[in-house]
Design a protein around this ligand. Structure first.
Ligand SMILES: Nc1ncnc2c1ncn2[C@@H]1O[C@H](COP(=O)(O)OP(=O)(O)O)[C@@H](O)[C@H]1O
Ligand SMILES: O=C(O)C1=C[C@@H](OP(=O)(O)O)[C@@H](O)[C@H](O)C1
Length: 301
């Protein structure tokens, strides 16, 4: 057994969902990630109900610069309406957001959790709490990437037994087939963002929290871009295993421009809900769908 695996087995994550109210209501509790008895570092992680996000408060000025309040209200209404429709089909299934570093998984996951009444989890944060270290960067440095990956897999396995969660996964979670086994218990959504936009975002916030990108360079954009390109190549089609793909280029094209930086997180969340709906409605037997739509009509009356 690799040393890192052994260490990973000694770590334990306790995720807040059992002792309190259900995750839907933002409760807390404990589940164990490490399967071995022994020197576990028990960590209690509260299920986070996502805080209300700006777009739903209609207070975020539109990046498109036209009728900003109106745009936000429209977006908020669209988001709400679509989430109600999707919620019906989800039936409590978890949503996993996958995508490269900086693709907006955490940002969009919080919006989806809020609007669906789900709990939000960030798998990187759960690993940090399980290991008892303040950052992924430190885990890589003190232990190793393999150690981090083992803990990431444990976290995903435990999350997969739960319901009504939106999980922002780490960008590399897609490389292990076992992680897909866990994520396939819910629905996975790939945020497909052009590398250039990713590098711009990451250069803006810095690379310190992302150890795979953190290399000394006078030009953070170029460093981030070249490393992201390499990772994208290595990961090949791994992201395409997701049940739904949200392409920022496609959303921008639908809006009549080619600048993905004009898209708000709410635009992306709305598209994610559409793609989830496409998936859940097309992957179910037609008979079920007919019964569903009859039920919905009855409920609406
Ligand atoms: N649609 C967007 N447009 C511009 N910047 C964004 C968008 N979504 C997220 N960001 C920014 O990009 C950075 C990475 O986002 P984050 O949600 O942390 O990505 P991930 O969880 O995939 O690593 C953050 O600084 C965030 O504010
Ligand atoms: O792509 C990757 O391999 C990684 C992505 C990071 O998560 P984010 O995608 O949230 O930055 C984090 O899990 C770790 O630094 C490794």
């Amino acid at each position: 057994m690799e040393a890192s695996t052994g260490l990973a087995m000694q770590s334990r994550v306790a995720i807040g969902v059992g002792t309190g109210p259900s995750p839907r209501r933002g409760g807390g509790g404990v589940i164990c990630v490490g399967k071995q008895a022994g020197a576990y570092a028990a960590v209690s992680v509260r299920a986070r109900r996502a805080k209300p996000v700006a777009p739903l408060c209609c207070s975020k000025p539109s990046s498109r610069g036209q009728g900003s309040l109106h745009n936000s209200v429209d977006e908020a209404l669209l988001l709400k309406r679509k989430s109600e429709e999707v919620l019906f089909y989800l039936n409590g299934r978890c949503i996993y957001l996958v995508g490269m570093m900086g693709s907006g998984k955490s940002t969009v996951a919080k919006i989806l959790a809020e609007v669906l009444g789900y709990s939000f989890f960030d798998s990187d944060k759960l690993v940090e709490e399980a290991v008892g270290m303040p950052s992924v960067a430190q885990i890589f440095k003190v232990h190793s990437e393999a150690f981090f990956r083992d803990n990431e897999s444990s976290v995903l396995r435990e999350l997969s037994s739960m319901r009504r969660l939106v999980v922002a996964t780490g960008g590399g979670a897609v490389i292990r087939p076992a992680n897909w086994k866990h994520m396939k218990k819910g629905l996975s959504v790939w945020l497909d963002v052009p590398l250039d936009a990713l590098a711009r975002r990451i250069a803006q916030v810095g690379t310190a929290s992302r150890p795979l990108l953190d290399q000394p360079s006078s030009d953070p954009y170029t460093a981030a871009f070249s490393k992201l390109s390499m990772l994208a190549e290595q990961r090949g089609d791994a992201y395409a295993n997701a049940d739904a793909r949200v392409s920022l280029e496609e959303i921008a094209a639908k809006q009549g421009h080619d600048d993905v930086s004009k898209l708000t997180p709410t635009d992306i969340a709305i598209e994610a809900l559409h793609k989830i709906e496409d998936f859940v409605t097309s992957s179910r037997p037609v008979g079920d769908l007919i019964v569903d739509s009859q039920n919905r009509r009855t409920k609406a009356m």
